[in-house]
Design a protein around this ligand. Structure first.
Ligand SMILES: Nc1ncnc2c1ncn2[C@@H]1O[C@H](COP(=O)(O)OP(=O)(O)OP(=O)(O)O)[C@@H](O)[C@H]1O
Length: 345
């Protein structure tokens, strides 16, 4: 008898990602089995980022099962955010569970969470910094994250509520980070399947109290927003939101490429942006060029919102002699003699 369907699903998802990593790891031109049998390269190390929650425990179990069958070394890292009493002990417990699965190295990394950007963003920044450092230290080829289809749906809704365009609707990428370090094998797996896979494998899981804390936006969305949407629109809404992420990502990538190509054609000989040429471009392409120009001039990307770019855009499309526009990072945008000048003031 084969494994339970939930276990089969999570293993297949991880197997696909490990095969991708092996393909990338192989010297170009080598056949799939060539480098492994000839042992020309040490087998790549893949780490799982594990909180001890159901999603990442399921991920750890699937990695532990698949990696040795594919000639991949597998380890796990848990980050102790130090935000709750006893978090250190819990992290040690997670390490123990990772070791029991056969993952090596398995380690806990303690971090100090700052305040910048609010509690969720500060914890995330500290976590990714620790995972980056662990990946470097161990020479890992990739770090797996347990984001599920439900997490993706929540991310799309959060982006929608920000009102800042299709890039923010494109959710989390299956591959991200420096050199494609972070992989998300479960973006098409729902949270129920991950939980079920833990249950049938008798894996103990830890439910982070933050996930149920209404002080956190994502938690409110998970426990109130999405259930209300499902009630109103039907069960398929999570899947549809996750699909929206993929479609939006493709559209946003295409528009970014278009903007990159169009940019050279709207600059004059001295490199300044020509307003008439900008005006002739579709708004989605033009706004991307303006955003890039503002970032190039020194505006921090994270503080540059859609409303800033709209104001700069009005210098092109609604010109009535308005003054300079102040942007974050002391960047100033102004129209001078048919040219748009964006520079740090
Ligand atoms: N403390 C942590 N240590 C290591 N990795 C973490 C930690 N917290 C989150 N991650 C990684 O980030 C992913 C997403 O975490 P997040 O808390 O947003 O979602 P989640 O649905 O609660 O996931 P999980 O059930 O695995 O905790 C996790 O699946 C895991 O891979």
């Amino acid at each position: 008898m084969g494994p339970h369907p939930a276990v089969a699903a999570i293993r297949l998802a991880v197997r696909r990602v490990l095969n991708d990593i092996l393909d990338e790891h192989r010297p170009s031109g080598a056949e799939p089995d060539e480098n492994r049998t000839a042992e020309r390269l040490p087998s790549p190390l893949v780490l799982v980022a594990c909180s001890g929650g159901a999603d990442s425990m399921a991920l750890a179990s699937a990695l532990a099962f698949e990696a040795p069958r594919l000639g991949v070394r597998a380890g796990g890292i848990t980050v102790d955010h130090g935000l709750q009493p006893g978090s250190g002990l819990r992290a040690d417990e997670v390490v123990l569970r990772l070791r029991e699965l056969g993952l090596e190295p398995a380690e806990a990394v303690a971090v100090t969470v700052g305040r910048e950007g609010g509690p969720e963003a500060a914890a995330r920044d500290a976590r990714y910094a620790a995972l980056d450092a662990a990946a470097e230290r161990h020479g890992a080829a990739a770090v797996l994250l347990g984001h599920t289809r439900d997490d993706q749906a929540e991310t799309v809704l959060l982006g929608l509520a920000r009102g800042s365009g299709i890039r923010s609707l494109s959710g989390m990428a299956a591959v991200s980070g420096a050199g494609g370090r972070y992989r998300r094998p479960f973006l098409r797996i729902d949270r129920q399947t991950a939980r079920k896979a833990c249950m049938v494998q008798s894996l103990p899981v830890w439910d982070d109290p933050h996930n149920a804390d209404p002080a956190y936006t994502r938690s409110r969305l998970r426990h109130e927003g999405l259930p209300a949407l499902e009630k109103a629109l039907g069960k398929g809404v999570v899947e549809a939101l996750a699909r929206t992420a993929q479609l939006s990502r493709d559209d946003a990538d295409a528009l970014d490429t278009w903007a990159g190509q169009a940019e050279a054609s709207v600059r004059d000989d001295t490199g300044l942006l020509e307003c008439a040429k900008l005006n002739a471009l579709p708004p989605a392409v033009r706004r991307r060029i303006l955003r890039r120009a503002a970032i190039e001039a020194g505006a921090p990307a994270g503080s540059l919102f859609a409303r800033h770019i709209e104001e700069v855009d009005r210098l092109i499309t609604g010109w009535r002699g308005q003054g300079a526009i102040n942007l974050p990072g002391r960047v100033v945008a102004q129209r001078q003699g048919g040219r748009l000048v964006i520079r740090q003031g």
